[in-house]
Design a protein around this ligand. Structure first.
Ligand code: SAH
Ligand code: SF4
Ligand code: F3S
Length: 463
């Protein structure tokens, strides 16, 4: 059950604001920062708050790490390679600091919440100035003040679930697109996953706080919002469930609403029906299946069957025939046989996702699956995932081809790096379209006739 969220008290927030002012006073010259964000959208959103706090403290953004006076790593530990990437980067920073002893290195994020990880970094990497976790990120100004005043390594990680801090400064990545957290943490304990251990139990923001943030974004001209949570559809904020929250957000008239991630076990009929009813809810849904075989789904503790998942897909397509579905899939869960993997292949053929993010299972210490016998070799798993990637690419391409000739509503979000007369944007369903146009179109919604399909993107003409 989703527990009532506890908020960081007003006094504690005022205290942090005071630290922001103190840091600003301490800075004698122009100082710059660079944040490297690893992992999922939750981390991207957290980095927006950390950037906001840094700017409030007088820092300005630097485009590269080499130019920055402060480098912050916001880490992820969902798979071993995410962790290795963070560690590899941090070791590289040691060299950078040799030439630039004044450089401040800070490391935060999910990896710091892993048992023993902060202690390991303290012992092995004394050149890191500041270590903090996800639950105490709102205290970053205080920690930074200490580091600047004492010039000593400082580390603090909380093992209790984070309280929700409202009203912190934010520096958004884009003026047209906004991430809005609706809940934090996860209660599902899928047997392979470390997220519940590092992000704590589910806690939802209040409906009012979510709506206030959305309204502010709308008033600033944001065209698309993404409601975020590890498991958004188990949202329960002050009596409203996620479907009810969506209806309220839809009424704000922000042109485009998306959300992620949904767990299939919590996908209610009410939420499915919202795809028919809500004009601003975009026809696309990330609904990770993870595996297509019932025994594996059970061992993963996903709490739905292949049949139930396919039934949800059918219901979604019945209310919204052009809905684009995307998925996460794990290959090589401990003991997954070739025949069980073939069930994933057949499910992918049946669902026909727009895209699927595929991962080779990575054992995470402390999770149940890490203790399960795993007789299959990495070569076998690599061959399987390659087959899955090839299958999904073929399906994605066929889907894109089927859209040629359509006229699509595109929200323009980028200009091509290679050609300043080419812009790109997303269709309502979430496909990327490139077409001729100038950068004045960025942030606008236009009609584009689709003329051809590439492997992952569409090409079109402005009409
Ligand atoms: N809360 C979201 C996503 C969490 S992590 C959800 O439930 O879907 C994103 C994806 O990483 C997961 O969907 C899963 O496919 C993958 N993942 C998580 N733990 C993993 C592990 N130990 N090995 C490989 N992939 C993993
Ligand atoms: Fe991990 Fe499962 Fe929670 Fe997603 S729902 S974060 S995969 S435990
Ligand atoms: Fe990684 Fe943390 Fe997200 S572990 S996937 S950054 S919640």
């Amino acid at each position: 059950m989703n527990r009532e969220a506890i908020h960081v008290s007003e006094e504690k927030l005022i205290e942090q604001k005071a630290y922001m002012a103190k840091v600003k006073e301490t800075l004698t010259s122009n100082k710059t920062y660079h944040i490297v964000t690893l992992g999922c959208q939750m981390n991207v959103r957290d980095s927006e708050t950390l950037s906001g706090m840094l700017e409030e403290m007088g820092f300005t953004a630097a485009n590269t790490r080499e130019e920055a006076d402060l480098i912050l790593y916001n880490t992820c530990c969902v798979r071993e390679n995410a962790e290795n990437k963070a560690l590899g980067n941090v070791i590289w920073l040691k060299e950078l600091k040799k030439d630039k002893p004044e450089l401040i290195i800070a490391v935060g994020g999910c990896m710091m919440q892993e048992e023993g990880m902060a202690d390991k970094l303290i012992r092995q990497y004394p050149f890191i100035d500041l270590i903090f976790g996800t639950h105490n990120a709102y205290r970053f100004p205080e920690y930074l003040y200490r580091v600047l005043s004492d010039r000593q390594q400082f580390a603090e990680v909380f093992n209790i679930d984070g309280e929700i801090a409202e009203g912190l400064p934010v520096k958004r990545q884009s003026p047209y697109f906004g991430f809005v957290n609706v809940m934090y943490g996860c209660n599902n304990f899928c047997s392979y996953c470390i997220v519940p251990y590092v992000r704590g139990r589910e806690r939802s923001r209040s409906v009012e706080d979510v709506l206030d943030e959305c309204k502010r974004l709308r008033d600033q001209g944001v065209q698309e919002i993404m409601l975020l949570g590890q498991n958004v559809n188990s949202y329960m904020g002050g009596g409203a469930n996620f479907a009810e929250l969506l209806y309220r957000v839809n009424a704000l008239e922000i042109p485009r609403i998306r959300f992620m991630t949904s767990h299939p076990k919590d996908l209610s009929d009410e939420l499915i029906y919202a795809y028919k009813e809500l004009e601003h809810l975009m026809p696309n849904l990330h609904l990770p299946v993870q595996a297509g075989n019932n025994e594996i789904l059970e061992k993963m503790n996903r709490r739905y069957s292949r049949e139930r998942y396919l039934e949800l897909v059918m219901k979604l397509r019945a209310v919204c025939p052009d809905i684009g579905l995307t998925s996460d899939i794990i290959v090589g869960f401990p003991g997954e046989t070739l025949a069980q993997f073939e069930d994933t292949m057949s499910l992918v053929k049946e669902v026909r996702y727009d895209a699927a993010y595929t991962f080779i299972y990575s054992p995470r210490q402390g999770t149940k699956a890490a203790l399960m016998p795993d007789p299959f070799t990495i070569q076998e798993k690599t061959e399987r995932i390659q087959r899955l990637i090839d299958l999904q690419q073929a399906i994605s391409y066929e889907t894109l081809l089927s859209l040629v000739g359509n006229t699509e509503e595109v929200l323009v979000d980028s200009v091509s790096l290679r050609n300043e007369n080419a812009v790109g944007g997303k269709t309502r369903r979430g496909h990327m379209v490139n077409f001729e146009g100038n950068m004045n179109l960025i942030g606008k919604t236009v009609s584009v006739k689709i003329t051809s399909a590439g492997k992952n993107t569409l090409r079109g003409e402005l009409i």
